[in-house]
Design a protein around this ligand. Structure first.
Ligand code: PHE
Length: 454
């Protein structure tokens, strides 16, 4: 990292753009390209997308600003930031639990994230080896089933991805991260646009469009709202300290609001484009939109198998997907690494190896949930489903809720105002009211509905 002005020597971003790039690197990942399309497919399309967009604007964006603000004011890992800020606001010391919960959530998410990123790694090799060229749709489906049925293969790819993450984090987060995001993300967007172009040329583009953007209000129920909310938190990396820890490295004078809008906007555009690239292929091939986590792996190779230059573009696509996952996984493990370095004065390498090792071990649960343990179910869910539900639908929104309460109700208003650097008083008020009343109430209502009270 370029300069070192924070108390624990974590360093600081060189500019606003650097922060935007890093935070977008965290936000844009498997959540946009792998998870958003299959969640939309499972929840009936348009109605889900509509609620997801509302959640991004009304819940995600205000909470993102609050989370960046906490990080920049606290200047340390989420755990110590919460300690410092609770003391500053003369609030209960228990607020530190918010930091701890974030660290734990990140750890759980990374455990399965790494397994799915491993699928993408495997697809890089399969695509480069020409496995998709001229393959029929059943053959492509078979390639995916073979992969997830093999614990050995999944473990190898999961291990490689985890090692990649540890290696980068051990060297310090911004070395190379800014560069990677600056050049690779536009590349990813380019290939997604190319796929959309392909969909248009093949003639099923409008079927995809109408699936994603024509809401069927009869499909809206508690489960759809709950999933859309969880996905909004997951895709923006909110509620567990990733955005907070990146906020800690944000220079003081930069406008938090503008930076947050840029990050949330980029993230949302990429998710919508991924949906537009995938659903036309689903409809053109009479595939099942609600097929779950295998969706992109069963659909995109079909496009690559037919289009000119498919081998090249297919390989490049999966390479870029791995990079997108990589810049997200780094941010999942950074909060705990930052904490260990501050607290125990261990080297980054040691902290990374220890945390990465544990996460890897927990990830085996996800690996086996696709094959030898697929029949072990808790309330009908596999281990992977449970982890996903627990983190995205429960822990991240809870983290976001507590962040909103802390910033809007616990911190001194002049501290918030001072840190926010928002010159437009009306906008500041809007944000503050959203965060103070709307966000917590909306989250409480959703939770109460889910437990059947409302
Ligand atoms: N936002 C990332 C994605 O969409 C996942 C993530 C969640 C990263 C939470 C950090 C924290 O892939």
């Amino acid at each position: 990292m370029p300069t070192t002005t924070t108390s624990f020597n974590h360093g600081q971003w060189s500019s606003r753009l650097a922060f935007i790039l890093a935070a977008s690197g965290s936000a844009v990942g498997l959540g946009n390209i792998w998870k958003f399309p299959y969640m939309a497919g499972e929840n009936g399309g348009g109605a889900f997308v509509l609620i997801y967009l509302l959640c991004i604007i009304l819940l995600g964006l205000p909470i993102m600003m609050a989370e960046v603000l906490l990080g920049r004011r606290g200047q340390q890992s989420p755990i110590r930031t919460m300690q410092t800020l609770a003391a500053e606001a003369k609030a209960s010391r228990w607020w530190v639990l918010l930091g701890w919960m974030g660290v734990f959530t990140g750890f759980l998410i990374l455990s399965y994230y790494s397994v799915i990123a491993g699928w993408s790694l495997s697809y890089v090799i399969q695509s480069a080896a020409g496995d998709f060229v001229g393959a029929t749709q059943p053959q492509i489906g078979q390639l995916f089933s073979d992969l997830v049925a093999s614990p050995q293969r999944l473990i190898i790819w999961h291990s490689i991805f985890m090692l990649m993450t540890i290696l980068v984090v051990a060297r310090g987060v911004s070395n190379g991260l800014e560069l990677a995001v600056r050049y690779l993300m536009p590349g990813l967007v380019f290939i997604i646009l190319l796929l959309i172009g392909y969909a248009i040329s093949q003639g099923h583009f409008w079927a995809g469009m109408s699936f994603l953007f024509t809401p069927d209000f009869s499909k809206i129920n508690t489960a759809v709202v709950f999933d859309a909310m969880g996905q909004a938190f997951f895709t923006l990396s909110l509620g567990m300290g990733s955005i907070m820890v990146y906020g800690a490295y944000l220079p003081k004078k930069v406008s938090i609001a503008k930076a947050s809008i840029a990050v949330a906007g980029t993230d949302t555009m990429i998710a919508l484009c991924a949906g537009l690239a995938i659903f036309p292929i689903v409809f053109a091939n009479q595939l099942e939109p609600a097929q779950g986590p295998g969706l992109i792996f069963n659909t995109l190779p079909i496009a690559f198998s037919h289009m000119p230059g498919g081998l090249f573009f297919g390989t490049l696509f999966f390479v870029l997907l791995v990079f997108a996952a990589w810049t997200s996984s780094i941010s999942l493990i950074e909060p705990v690494v930052a904490y260990m370095v501050e607290r125990f004065r261990v080297t980054r390498l040691f902290a990374c190896a220890l945390c990465g090792g544990f996460t890897w071990l927990v990830g085996l649960g996800t690996v086996f949930s696709f094959n030898i343990w697929q029949d072990y179910r808790f309330a009908g869910k596999t281990i992977f489903d449970c982890l996903d539900f627990l983190t995205a639908n429960l822990m991240l929104p809870l983290g976001g809720f507590l962040i909103a309460i802390f910033v809007a109700w616990v911190m001194q208003d002049e501290d918030v105002r001072d840190e926010m650097v928002m010159h437009n008083a009306v906008l500041y008020r809007c944000w503050n009211i959203l965060l103070r009343y709307f966000t917590p109430l909306a989250l409480i209502c959703i939770f109460l509905r889910v437990v059947g009270v409302l």
